[in-house]
Design a protein around this ligand. Structure first.
Ligand code: PLP
Length: 378
């Protein structure tokens, strides 16, 4: 009976995520004024409204919107002063390629530091050995929304006068020890891409510790234009437009509710997978309040009896599309390996071979989670 039900349901595809969207009516309401003002971009009224709402929601002072998270990373490196000829940035190989591409595209050398086996974030105890006279910054990633060891990282940065730019793409709305996650480091970069917990279709925001750095960022994202007749930086164009800001305003209203739904779904997964030998669930640092964007599990083939790729394929054949996030580790990618693989990071490489991100989004039902877990547990 149970098997039959699963087979019948397997006709429905389940993807790893599904973007949050407002209703058409809500969106029309928010974009209506744009058709009257004819201001489509360049820090228009909707952009400013979105910025203000985000500052209130995240409880931060210095927030700048951006066209996407990736350009936020590139320009944040520049705005905080981390770019110099021959400069090196210490980062994690266990991330989305954007993090490392941002470093390299700004002419800097990525230096890969291994991760902690439980949190999967950069291991602060391994950072100091990688610091040279060329190191300008550390770019850690709060991967899957797990907060990095922000205290130890800051202590190292202070000791060696390094900048800290957090890739906070997965961490929108999270807090650590009661403080907004955006309040740690010199800058934190959020992504509002369609697949993230909070989206503005494409988009992002950068939170800065110093208002001065934010001012520089705002200039850099608008061609370096200072005022009508003065261009003071070689900038680019990385501004958010009014229509995306309007989409973000709509989605922000639903964000907290969505997180509650995701949390309940994640707890359902936990209850099915917690005690399974060979499956390790996501770790959360004590003191953090997370956003449940991802549900990653580690599958140890020796204990579990099947490896990650077998589970991935098994799920696929049941129309369940999990993702090998993040595989391969960046320093195992051929384009990086040949040029940059100076550091061996065995934990990151092992984890990349065992990780699987299971579907998690607010449109998923408890029955869907059961169906997914039934396939995994065979
Ligand atoms: C999504 C993501 C980015 C890039 O953000 P975009 O808004 O898609 O440009 C950067 N870093 C990480 C870890 C991400 O997951």
């Amino acid at each position: 009976m149970e098997t039959k039900e699963i087979n019948e349901k397997s006709g429905v595809h389940i993807y790893v995520t599904q973007p949050s969207m407002p209703t058409l009516e809500e969106y029309i309401h928010e974009i209506q004024p744009i058709f009257e003002s004819r201001i489509l971009t360049n820090r228009g009224p909707v952009h400013r409204k979105f910025e203000k709402l985000l500052k209130q929601f995240l409880k931060v002072d210095n927030l700048a919107l951006c066209v996407n998270g990736h350009m936020g990373l590139e320009l944040a490196l520049e705005a905080v002063g981390a770019i110099k000829p021959g400069g090196e940035v210490i980062t994690t190989p266990f991330t989305f390629i954007s993090t490392v591409h941002a470093i390299v595209r700004r002419g800097l050398k990525p230096v890969f530091c291994d991760i902690e086996p439980d949190t999967l974030t950069i291991d602060p105890d391994k950072i100091e050995a990688l610091i040279t006279e060329n190191t300008t910054a550390i770019m850690p990633v709060h991967v899957y929304g797990t907060i990095c060891d922000v205290e130890k990282i800051q202590a190292i940065a202070d000791k060696y006068h390094l900048k800290v730019i957090y890739d906070a793409a997965h961490t929108f709305g999270e807090t650590y020890k009661g403080q907004s996650i955006g309040s740690y480091g010199d800058a934190s970069v959020f992504s509002f891409h369609a697949t993230k917990a909070f989206n503005s279709i494409e988009g992002g925001a950068v939170v800065f510790k110093d208002a001065e750095n934010m001012g520089r960022f705002l200039k850099l994202q608008n061609f370096g234009i200072e005022s009508e007749n003065i261009v003071s930086e070689v900038g680019c164009n990385a501004k958010m437009d009014e229509f995306r800001a309007a989409f973000g305003i709509c989605n922000l209203k639903e964000f907290s509710k969505n997180i509650e739904i995701r949390k309940a779904l994640a707890e359902k997964y936990d209850s099915r997978l917690r005690d399974v030998p060979g499956i390790t669930l996501k770790y959360s640092r004590e003191g953090s309040v997370e956003n449940y964007t991802y549900y990653p599990v580690l599958i140890d083939p020796e204990t579990f009896g099947k490896d990650r790729d077998q589970i991935y394929n098994l799920l696929s054949s049941n129309n369940i599309h999990a993702r090998k996030y993040f595989y391969p580790a960046i320093n195992d990618l051929p384009i990086y390996k040949e040029q940059w693989n100076m550091q061996i990071t065995p934990i990151s490489s092992r984890v990349a071979g065992q990780i699987l991100a299971l579907p998690l989004y607010q449109g998923l039902s408890m029955d869907d989670i059961d169906r997914i877990c039934d396939v995994i547990l065979g």
